[in-house]
Write a protein that binds this ligand. Structure first.
Ligand SMILES: *Cc1c(COP(=O)(O)O)cnc(C)c1O
Length: 374
């Protein structure tokens, strides 16, 4: 993958991944949580950015957190000697040997995972780290407070190094109650007297609830420069940098008379004679099919004075193409570069016009889109 592959491909779409932005965003996390160690969350192929780029850009992290044990193996094969956390622990008991061989830290979130560790007779001399996960109110993964302390003592008795962990359901609800208060109270009450390091905060908590950081923070989306709330304006003041720039080109231009319709179903009707540009990017690349007319696309050098400008999407998104309104872009031509999301168009803006959040669009970047690591 990377530049050499990309240059062999005719179709102009490209996701360019800026490792310098990764470094910058990781430093921002350090500034916001100076007392905490950092698990850089790289699940889902690093939120669609690819492991290679994240591994390169996030070298100074304290550890990587992910889901799939084979991705942990990829990190070890590529020379990562620091810590790795399996965020959902073992999916099956038979993964334990490999997890130990790879030196992974494990989340333990349920009774059967506790049992698997108790059953294990082959435990290495060096005890591993366990992040014992409490369900403090989100009701997704985690041991309920009523059984949490017992599980803690059982694993402690096996010689594991224990950490207390929980996950917030509402840390991104910046100006609505309840946010993290109730979950935090539940967590604090349940662990009272059980000495161990803690891990609580996702990106939203790092940005907005710095009373709830803990010893290990777990940033995901903010490392990629997108917003936990799905709204870019909420992170505008956090000075994060966009890591993924999804780019393509105009591959055709149509001159439409007034009243002409555009794309499948003719959703858009030209209000006057106008030019539209056809772009090599569609839902099979990960561009959301739900995107409404008006979704912003940035066209390089398209404006009357040759500067870049935003042109609105017109018509339904196709598998391989979208169309944009070029009325304000007299200089746009076949071959003009466009940015679908990145610095000029925050991915969250595209997501908002499509009824989703930036996370989903980044993760859904299709494997057919070449990745260039910058
Ligand atoms: C995905 C995940 C995170 C990161 O969340 P962001 O909102 O992307 O910061 C943190 N902790 C856990 C347990 C997760 O699954």
């Amino acid at each position: 993958m990377g530049v050499s592959t990309a240059s062999l491909i005719n179709r102009p779409i490209l996701a360019s991944i800026h490792t310098e932005a990764f470094r910058h965003n990781l430093n921002r996390v350090r500034e916001l949580a100076p007392e905490s160690k950092i698990w850089s969350v790289i699940k889902a192929r690093s939120y669609g950015h690819g492991f290679e780029a994240a591994f390169k850009g996030l070298q100074s992290t304290d550890g990587f957190a992910l889901l799939d044990i084979y991705d942990a193996r990829w990190l070890r094969e590529n020379g990562w000697q620091g810590r790795i956390l399996l965020l959902e622990g073992l999916f099956h008991q038979n993964e334990l040997a490999l997890a130990q061989e790879l030196g992974c830290d494990l989340v333990v979130h349920c009774e059967s995972q506790v049992q698997w560790l108790e059953d294990d007779q082959t435990r290495h001399a060096k005890p591993a780290n366990i992040f014992l996960k409490m369900n403090s109110g989100m009701n997704r993964l985690g041991l309920n407070p009523a059984v949490y302390r017992t599980a803690f003592h059982r694993l402690h008795a096996l010689g594991y190094h224990l950490h207390h962990m929980t996950h917030f359901a509402n840390a991104d609800q910046v100006d609505q109650a309840p946010t993290v208060g109730e979950q935090l109270d539940c967590f604090d009450e349940t662990i009272a007297g059980l000495e161990a390091p803690t891990s609580l905060a996702n990106s939203a908590a790092i940005l907005w609830h710095r009373n709830a950081l803990g010893d290990w923070v777990r940033p995901g989306i903010m490392l990629y420069g997108a917003s936990p709330t799905g709204s870019f304006k909420d992170i505008a003041h956090a000075h994060l940098q966009t890591v993924m720039h999804l780019q393509s080109e105009i591959i055709d231009i149509q001159e439409l008379p007034k009243g002409a319709r555009v794309g499948y179903g003719g959703r858009y009707e030209a209000p006057e004679a106008m030019r539209i540009g056809v772009i090599a990017c569609g839902y099979a690349d990960g561009y959301p099919r739900q995107a409404k007319d008006g979704t912003p696309v940035w066209v390089e050098g398209g404006a009357a004075d040759d500067s870049g400008l935003i042109c609105p999407l017109v018509g339904r998104v196709s598998m391989d193409m979208i169309m944009i309104d070029l009325r304000n872009a007299p200089h746009a031509r076949i071959g003009s570069h466009v940015e679908l999301w990145g610095t000029q168009v925050p991915v969250d803006d595209v997501a908002q016009m499509s009824g989703t959040i930036g996370y989903e669009l980044l993760c859904a970047l299709a494997p057919r889109v070449p990745i260039e690591i910058k």
